[in-house]
Write a protein that binds this ligand. Sequence first.
Ligand code: IMP
Ligand code: ZN
Length: 344
Amino acid sequence: MLYRPEQLVFCQALPKIELHAHLNGSIRDATLRELAAQLNGTSISMPDVQLRTQQASRPLGECFKLFDVIHQITTTCAAITRIAREVLADMAADNVVYAELRTTPKSLPRHGMTKESYMSAVFQGIDDYYAASSRAHDIQVRLLLSIDRRQSTDEALETARLAVQLRDKGVVGLDLSGNPSVGQWETWVPALDFARQHGLRVAVHAGEVYNPEETAAILAWAPDRLGHMCCLDASLEQQLLLSRVPIELCLSSNVITGSVPSYQDHHFAALHNGGHSVVLCTDDSGVFATTLSREYAIAASAFTLSDEQLRQLALTAADHVFLEPGERQVLRARMEQLLGGSSK
Ligand code: IMP
Ligand code: ZN
C-alpha cells in the first residue's frame, strides 16, 4: 500500500498549490475515451487508447508515444476547451487553491488550429469553468506556455512571443518540456532569453534522463524553477544545491517512467531534509492516474512526514509561484489563513 487511507484524507483537506501540470497530460480517462470513440476508425484505434490506462510502469519513451496518441485525439478547439474546464474542476475538487497550468500551443493547419486559436480555446475553458462554478473562494489559475523539445529555434521563439502577448490573459511564464532524449538545449535558449528579457519567468524540465552536459548548461542559465532533476552526478547535485533554484517534484511520474527506481529512493528526501526548496506536483494527473492530494499522501508515507511538515510543504509552495511579489504575498496569506494559522 502506497499510503494509509487516513493520510489521503488529511492531504485532501489541505489547501494546495499545483505548479507543474501539463494540460493534455491531465485529461480525464473518461474524456480521453469519449473523444477517442468519436474518432474511432479514423486516425485512432481504441486499443491504442486503452493501452494507456493505469499501468504500474511506463518507460519515458512509451509516455511520449502516449502523448502523441492524446494529441491525435485533442485536435479541436472544443476538445481543448473541455479539457481545460475539466482540469480546473478536478483540481478545485482536490482542494487546489492556485495552479500554474502549462501547455504547448499547437499549430495544426489540417485542423484549422493556430497557436493563437489553441490558446483562445484554453482561455475559453477557464472562462467556462468559472461561469459554471459556485465555489465562493475558487481556484486561481495562471498559465505557462511550453516549448516542446522537438521544436526549432524559430518555433520556440514564436511561442515565447505569444506568451509575452498573452500576459494580460494570465500567462506568467515559459516552460521547456518534451522527450528529454530529443533535441539540444542551445536550440531553445534564444526563446527562453527572450521571455526572461520581457519579464516572464521560466521553468525547465531537466535531469529526467542522465545528460550531465545539458543539465550543467541548464543550471548555468539559472531557470526560475526546475522540474524533476532525477539523474545527476555528485558534481551536479552540488551545483543544484548551490543554485537554490526551487524544484518541482512529481513522485508518481518519476517512478512510473523509471527516472527514479522507487518512491523510497526518490531524491525528495535528500532535498527536503537538506532544506532545498521543493514543491510537490502531479506532472500529468491523467497519464499517471494521480491527484495532488495523492502525491502528498505518497510523500507522507514514503518519507514519514508529519502533519506539520505536510502543512509547511503546502504553504511554502506559495513562495515559488510565478506571480508578482504583491500577489504572491496575498496568496501566501490566504494559504496561512486556510491552513488555520498553524504553519506560520
Ligand atoms: P500539452 O503541452 O498540454 O500538450 O501536454 C502534454 C505535453 O507535455 C507532452 O507532449 C510533453 O511535451 C509534455 N510533458 C508531459 N509530461 C512530461 C514529462 O514528464 N517530461 C517531459 N515533458 C512532458
Ligand atoms: Zn512535466
